[in-house]
Design a protein around this ligand. Structure first.
Ligand code: PEP
Ligand code: MN
Length: 357
């Protein structure tokens, strides 16, 4: 922490700051410039906070140097981490050495729709299946998801296609049941700052996909991740899904710069959701290309066998030719960037995607 003194601060003001810091066991290093004096503090940052240094006579400003988050910070762990999703022996990596495509329907609507979407996802090269059973809709009158029936359908569709599954949990009371079906728990944008839910998913013993709050800064997002990490769960993947801005032509504004910003600040993997960012299927492939190029560790994409009939987010769901384009972009661009998981040999034939158009 650094205390910047005002140009008119007196020696007594400086001595007072030093005495307060030393009284709580800290060290204060004074450096006098021509105009200003700055005081570098070393010691326990929480005890410095309680001193209310900004209120002391002669103090102009106080700056924090170390990150407010610890466990998720790169200061804590310099090497970027990989999160493994799925049952032992069949785990899918999300991290710096892989490129992981997660795809599936926005919502689980029926067994038929979910199985078909899972086949489409796998054919496009996805290695994890997504699908919402508990939907956090803006309107209480909109389809809220199939609940536990949806969880069962999703788990069956995942198992039938050899894909681990990720699904959203919207209420801390549902964490146990969701964790009993899902391989990864998603916390959505509307719940990013729900600390009770963050603690509950931190306790659940499953990897967590933490979406960025639609009005959250990167620091607030990493502090939310810290709540999960504090419960002893560091298997956290961050997901940039667009933020609220004044621009109405897209549902949200994809903050592509958040990817390298987060990677500089945190060791956690970060993926991009171009579907919820754009809200329009014509933008999903271009934004996916941008996400791969900027260094994201994966993508989360909505697919649907019949987007026109979708009960949730149909306009942003890919199928047919759009999905083939996405598969191609993922395969080619991630391979060009030296990421594994994009090996064309290991990617199943795209025939099933063509069939679903
Ligand atoms: C979702 O992924 O289905 C979803 C609701 O996303 P978000 O929380 O980003 O709106
Ligand atoms: Mn959705």
């Amino acid at each position: 922490m650094v205390v910047v003194m005002r140009p008119d601060a007196t020696d007594a003001d400086i001595a007072h700051v030093v005495a307060k810091v030393e009284a709580v066991g800290g060290e204060a290093n004074v450096s006098k410039g021509v105009v200003r004096t700055i005081i570098g503090l070393v010691g326990d940052i929480d005890s410095f906070h309680h001193l209310n240094l900004r209120t002391l006579s002669g103090v102009a400003d106080v700056h924090r140097i170390s990150d407010p988050y610890k466990l998720v910070s790169r200061q804590h762990q310099p090497d970027r981490s990989t999160v493994w999703v799925g049952p032992a022996g069949r785990q899918v990596p999300i991290g710096p050495d892989a490129f992981t495509l997660i795809a599936g329907p926005c919502a689980v609507e029926s067994a038929e729709q979910t199985h078909e979407a899972a086949r489409m996802a796998r054919s496009a090269g996805a290695t994890i299946l997504r699908g919402g059973a508990f939907k956090p809709r803006t309107s209480p009158y909109a389809f809220q998801g199939l609940g536990v029936d949806g969880l069962r359908i999703l788990a069956e569709a995942g198992a039938a296609n050899g894909l681990p599954v990720v699904t959203e949990v919207v209420d801390s009371r549902d964490v146990e049941v969701v964790a009993s079906y899902a391989d990864m728990l998603q916390v959505g944008t509307r719940n990013m700052a729900n600390v009770g839910l963050l603690r509950a998913v931190g306790d659940a013993g499953k990897p967590v996909l933490l979406k960025r709050g639609m009005t959250a800064t990167v620091e607030e997002w990493l502090m939310a991740a810290e709540y999960v990490a504090q419960r002893g769960n560091l298997a956290i993947v961050l997901c940039e899904r667009g933020i609220r801005t004044f621009e109405p032509s897209t549902r949200n504004t994809l903050d592509i710069s958040a990817v390298p910003v987060v990677q500089a600040a945190s060791h956690l993997p970060i993926i991009v959701d171009p579907s919820h960012a754009a809200g329009r299927k014509d933008l999903v492939v271009p934004l996916s290309r941008a996400a791969i190029a900027v260094g994201a560790d994966g993508l989360l994409v909505d697919v649907h066998p019949d987007p026109e009939q979708a009960r949730c987010d149909g306009p942003q769901a890919l199928h047919g030719a759009d999905l083939r384009q996405l598969a191609q972009a993922v395969r080619r661009l991630s391979a060009a960037l030296g990421r594994s998981g994009a090996d064309p040999v290991s990617t199943p034939s795209l025939g099933a995607v063509a069939g679903s158009a």
